[in-house]
Design a protein around this ligand. Structure first.
Ligand SMILES: Cc1ncc(COP(=O)(O)O)c(C=O)c1O
Length: 406
């Protein structure tokens, strides 16, 4: 029986075990990570990497942030899990903390972004049920998760292939197009669902006024506005939630990824009048709102406030922007666009950028590429300036090789 803990096994042994026993539904780098601290992470052979994409956006406070480690350690010795048939302090505390930092809504807790969106879609349908409103309008290029309803909401056909038929009742319109939304709404529409910034879709930022425009249209048409802040939420863009930049308060908001500083957690926050349609038995999650995840999320809130990290998000983003502007001035044809909102950062190239990931990995830097030509960085709010400068110098070295003909 193999019981070797990953940090004692070599990368080679671990890969061999994965090949036999783990379903191959992920493309993985041939690196086994064992330990992290802040924006640095080490593999089984002791190599250190600078992480510009910690935890796919989940480790917004870096790896193993001390307050979260401490809160989880304490909680795990008190109570690991109790079902939602009981009251538990940390869940109530977290609901209050999130409600007070957003729009006074009520919370439903789950474990991931897809589950939070699933809950939002169900709530929107339950809310519109009596009026025959069930349709959900979502945006082309968006990403909402891999469960059936959230996958159907994800208006990118490549993710649907092989899984059809999809869930009925979804309609897709172009992102950043208010007129298209107005045209698509009819008396069967329950909700409009959108990411304030499309993350997986290439760090796409809509025109100023887009979210406020959606809010206005939804109000005029009696339709709910669902904001998927799974990636943008919890301070990433310099405010607790990205909707605050335009004051476009949603009826339902979903958040996950960074919610609990890397511990699995998701939440749907809904206006109390909307939330009221969910009665006991209509929706549930066994692990949702468990005390460990809630203590971790409370520690994340405390860390962000105690360390002034909302303000720091803006400063970090601007430091990255400065580096990328210098790269663009040296390679104007190569860099098509620089998109920065706090620590949500996209550098769009004029060509396929996938080579950048491997080239950076070889130099000890972890980055992501999405949509083929967008280098996506979701650095931690705790990253130091010297780490930003070092990683950007690696990018500056690596990028010119892209100017060779493909
Ligand atoms: C905006 C958005 N919504 C939903 C999801 C799905 O989250 P999860 O993978 O936790 O289910 C993601 C994941 O990348 C996302 O970026």
């Amino acid at each position: 029986m193999p019981t070797t803990t990953p940090d004692l096994a070599t990368t080679h042994d671990t890969i061999a075990r994965f090949e036999r026993f783990v379903i191959g539904n992920y493309r993985r780098f041939p690196v086994c990570l064992v330990r992290g601290e802040g924006s640095e992470i080490w593999d089984a052979e002791g190599n250190c990497y600078l992480d510009f994409f910690p935890g796919w956006g989940c480790n917004l406070l870096g790896h193993c942030p001390p307050r979260i480690v401490e809160a989880v350690r304490e909680q795990v010795g008190m109570l690991i899990h109790v079902p939602n048939t009981w009251y538990m302090g940390p869940q109530g505390d977290l609901a209050q903390a999130l409600s007070e930092r957003s729009f006074g809504g009520q919370c439903f807790f789950c474990n991931s972004g897809a589950e939070a969106n699933e809950a939002a879609i169900k709530l929107a349908r339950a809310h519109g049920h009596a009026q025959g409103r069930f349709k959900i309008i979502t945006m082309e290029g968006g990403f909402h998760g891999r469960t059936y309803a959230s996958l159907t909401a994800t208006a990118q056909p490549k993710y649907h292939v092989g899984f059809e038929p999809m869930v009925p009742g979804f309609e897709y319109v172009p992102y950043d197009d208010l007129e298209a939304v107005t045209r698509a709404i009819d008396d069967q529409t329950a909700a409009v669902m959108v990411e304030p910034i499309q993350g997986e879709g290439g760090v796409r930022m809509p025109s100023p006024g887009y979210l406020a425009g959606l809010r206005r249209i939804c109000d005029e048409q009696g339709v709910l506005l669902i904001l998927d802040e799974v990636q943008t939420g919890m301070g990433r863009t310099g405010t607790w939630f990205a909707y605050e930049h335009e004051g476009a308060t949603p009826d339902i908001l979903t958040c996950a990824k960074a919610l609990a500083g890397g511990v699995a957690a998701g939440v749907m926050i809904a206006r109390p009048e909307v939330a009221a349609v969910l009665k006991p038995g209509m929706h549930a999650s066994t692990f949702g709102g468990n005390p460990i995840a809630c203590r971790a999320a409370l520690a994340a809130v405390e860390t962000i406030e105690a360390e002034g990290l909302l303000e720091r998000a803006i400063a970090i983003g601007e430091r990255f922007r400065g580096h990328f502007e210098r790269i663009r001035s040296r390679h104007p044809a190569l860099v098509r666009d620089i998109r920065v909102k706090g620590v949500m950062i996209g550098l769009e190239l004029d060509r396929d950028a996938t080579f950048v990931v491997d080239a950076c990995l070889k130099r000890g830097l972890l980055v992501n590429v999405t949509h083929g030509n967008v280098i996506r960085l979701l650095p931690a709010l705790t990253i130091r300036d010297d780490q930003i400068d070092h990683g950007c110098s690696i990018l500056a070295d690596v990028l010119p090789s892209a100017s060779l003909p493909n």
